[in-house]
Ligand binder design. Structure first.
Ligand code: ASP
Length: 583
């Protein structure tokens, strides 16, 4: 070893010892007769001291040639510091250097390698290896490592085995877009990278492996957002001989374990919310339950009215923003603007201020008297000082817009602290959803999801009303995981493909291997997959998943460090049989 200790290790107990430490120069302070270097490595920071008198002139001269981020190796004696630094684990000591070796020089980094940096996003990504030297980013990777490690521990202790499934698979039109890979040995043919190992993990159940997991890369060629990457990691799991309840219990256990081990937080039993209720009360299938502010529907109490917006509306629905009744005109205008910018409900925001004297002031005073407004306030359980915000219009769009407004109010009122965690299972999803554009049904989860028992014989009759044995785990408004009990019989799976508009030939061509496998004794099975990147960013209290991925892509799907994707030369294309045919 080039060193005896790392930079985070030395304490008073080492006083008087001769040690060798290596690392990067974080900072140099040169006060003439005395110089200090903060030496940094993954484990911490240790102060080196050089003093004229005890340090040779030759050594002093070397110190003066050093710059930031030089890699050095220092031998010296651990001494007690005169002025201690309680913020640093090594803050009681320093190393009086006897010998110093420059292991490598460094040019000036393009941004500050410090907790707070002056580097913008793009620059940090271009020099990601320098960004990763910064403590906050390193901490994120350490957290990620802990999450993976504890996940493996939990699943191992419940008899799951980790099995790798292939990355070069077959493209299917279901779900998101595939990334495709040309096959040189099979000209004009392509593999696809897996969007998830779904069919393989089901086949492993047919194989009798019983409990499978894999911490696995998945690939989806989708438009990117701050919480999406073209390649991301799932904790992918599957179990045999289980019902929905067994899966929920096993994986509530996993999430509880992770919070306890990684965050020292004991979560309470996860509430369950049906999809229908989540939509009705929060306008979203991933409600943020850190705060209540439930939707209240007003259609029935309002009935017929002269107010056109309400009369024409499929849904009139609102929230009560507590203690916002004193909002100024300016603040209300901001909210009105906000709603218009969400662009989902092309309707205006109606407000009712519950004044401290018990009276009401609303934007619809012309149409509704004090009695009517008081009636509404009762439904919202609004107290004097509260502010009722109402939207009206088409059901789905209005709910979506009110969900945005609810989250905005949650932010404004400080009701969404990153230190609070409110998980919930969302259950009873519809099996299928109608897509107006393609005029056909889509599987809401995926085509392998089983209907709930009571709907088993209805797949070909009343697809609209069928509920699925599908579930999502949502924490703080973020979808952390999702899964389902699967179909395990050929006949039902075929009916499902029919309902999704596959011809028999298409179903056979794309999923014949799975249907065939079901003929050989497939056990009842089900599972779930968690988004590891999202789970880590949630545990780390950050919004973006990028900071929890060592080498992420930017919002155009590019890796700006290695400059990928890139063009191939004609020769490579020819070898792959995909060169542009000249006309
Ligand atoms: N494969 C599914 C997904 O990626 C998860 C599951 O059903 O287990 O969403």
């Amino acid at each position: 070893m080039l060193r005896t200790h790392n930079c985070g290790e030395l304490r008073k107990a080492h006083l008087g010892q001769e040690v060798i430490i290596c690392g990067w120069v974080q900072r140099i302070r040169d006060k003439g007769g005395r110089a200090w270097i903060d030496l940094r490595d993954r484990f911490g920071m240790t102060q080196l001291i050089f003093e004229e008198g005890s340090t040779s002139e030759q050594l002093m001269a070397i110190v003066r040639t050093l710059g930031r981020e030089y890699v050095i190796r220092a031998r010296g004696v651990v001494i007690e510091r005169l002025s201690k630094n309680s913020k640093l684990s090594t803050g009681d000591i320093e190393v009086q250097v006897l010998h110093l070796e420059i292991l490598n020089e460094a040019v000036l980094p393009p941004f500050l390698i410090d907790d707070e940096t002056d580097g913008g996003d793009e620059l940090r990504m271009k020099y990601r290896y320098l960004d990763l030297r910064r403590r906050p980013i390193r901490k994120n990777l350490e957290l990620r490592h802990q999450v993976s490690r504890k996940t493996r521990f939990y699943l191992d202790s419940h008899e799951f085995i980790e099995v790798e499934t292939p990355y070069l698979i077959k493209s299917t039109p279901e779900g998101a877009r595939d990334f495709i890979v040309p096959s040189r040995m099979n000209p004009k043919q392509f593999y696809a990278l897996p969007q998830s190992p779904q069919t393989f993990k089901q086949l492993l159940m047919v194989s009798g492996l019983d409990r499978y997991y894999q911490i696995v890369k998945c690939f989806r060629d989708e438009d990117l957002r701050s919480d999406r990457q073209p390649e991301f990691t799932q904790i992918d799991c599957e179990m045999s001989f289980v019902e929905q309840e067994d899966v929920l219990e096993m994986f509530e256990g996993l999430v509880n374990f992770l919070f306890k081990e990684v965050k020292r937080i004991e979560l309470t039993k996860f509430p369950r919310l049906t999809y229908a209720d989540a939509m009705k009360y929060y306008g979203s299938d991933k409600p943020d339950l850190r705060f209540d502010m439930r939707f209240v529907e007003l259609n029935e109490v309002i009935g017929d009215t002269d107010f056109h917006l309400f009369n024409a509306a499929e849904l009139i629905v609102g929230i009560n923003a507590k203690d916002c009744g004193t909002y100024s005109r300016k603040k209300l205008d901001e909210l009105i603007d906000f709603v218009q910018k969400t662009q989902v409900a092309a309707t205006s925001l109606i407000y009712v201020k519950c004044k401290l004297d018990g009276s009401f002031k609303s934007s619809v005073d012309k149409f509704f008297d004090q009695d009517a407004l008081s009636n509404w306030a009762n439904l919202f359980k609004a107290k004097p000082g509260d502010l009722i915000l109402i939207l009206a219009g088409k059901k789905d769009l209005t709910r979506k817009a009110l969900n945005d407004l609810r989250l905005e109010m949650g932010d404004r009122l400080g009701l969404r602290p990153s230190s609070k965690f409110c998980p919930a299972w969302i259950i009873d999803f519809p099996l299928l959803e109608w897509d107006e554009e393609t005029k056909r049904y889509h599987a809401m989860h995926h085509p392998f999801t089983s209907p709930k028992n009571q709907y088993m014989d209805q797949v070909d009759k009343a697809p609209e009303s069928i509920k699925a044995s599908a579930y999502d785990l949502v924490i703080n408004g973020v979808e952390i995981g999702g899964g389902s009990i699967r179909i395990h019989k050929r006949a039902l799976q075929s009916k499902m493909f029919d309902a999704l508009g596959f011809t028999k030939a298409e179903a056979e061509e794309q999923f014949g291997f799975l249907l065939g496998a079901f003929d050989f004794g497939a056990p009842p099975h089900g599972g779930i997959a968690f988004g590891l990147d999202r789970l880590c960013s949630l545990l780390g209290g950050a919004e973006s998943i990028r900071d929890f991925i060592a080498f992420p892509k930017n919002s155009s799907g590019r890796d700006v460090m290695i400059d990928s994707p890139s063009l191939l030369d004609e020769e490579q294309l020819t070898a792959l049989g995909i060169n542009s045919e000249k006309k």
